[in-house]
Design a protein around this ligand. Sequence first.
Ligand code: SER
Length: 312
Amino acid sequence: MSKILITGAFGQIGSELIVALQAKHGQENVVAFDMAPKPASLEVIAEQGSIVDLAKLKEIVVKYNIDTVYHLVSILSARGEQDPNLTWQVNMDGLRNILNLAVEFKLKVFWPSSIAAFGPTTPRDLTPQHTVLEPTTMYGVTKAAGEDLCHYYFLKFGVDVRSMRFPGLISWKTEPGGGTTDYAVAMFYEAVKGDDYTCFVHKDTILPMMYMDDAIKAMLMLMEAPAEKIAIRTSYNLTAISFSAEELAEEINKHLPLAVKYEPDFRQRIADSWPQSIDDSPARADWGWHHEFDLPKMAVEMIAKLKIKLGR
Ligand code: SER
């Protein structure tokens, strides 16, 4: 039985991954680590601390006899531009701490990269797996460098580290914080609350996106695949659906009235530096990745879940 540590556990991905891993491995085998205290809504073994505190992390790995880490701590793209130094420290020192512990304790590691690892010189349509990475945000710089670091630890120390480049993730349980793709989540919230929405990217902005259930499924599939199937040790391209901000508003409007104004801010430049669609055929071929949620299916699910959550 795996003993699993999730870092950044109370964030957008972690709060859903906790439940999925508990269902698979048992509540007693999942430990949540975060800077924030445990939310009352989650039943999980919790440890509080900073990802740059190596001694604390080591203590937790020993205390719970951890063998697998889902390392989710990260400062996202928009927030990262407010404090690039802190972003480098949290994202890179955090990853290096986890990889060094992986060498010492033979840990298996999952670490998410992102479409932010790409930049304006990357082909924007059906972005290939192996292509130019010239990111222009500090978050993207830490993702591109992090991919190389993972690859290096695999080659040099044999660490079984696995990664995928997530597109924008859309979910209802926990809101994202500080990302560029957050407008897609915010649009659903405002529609369900019955409010208007001012979108911070242009209506024609197209980005690759994925519903959280698909993202959780992808993580579990990648981590359960036999090691010999994992041909890519930097990070796998991964995608589900691509749509413009306006297409999303139109889809939501089929269910609820939503008036959207478009007032691009500094995040437009970030969005414009990322791909519009992704070729994820290596993930599909190597470990059987396929997505289940298209735009209409995701919209129905998001609205139904948010209505319950927000009591509407
Ligand atoms: N969703 C992230 C962001 O917008 C990208 O990985 O920063």
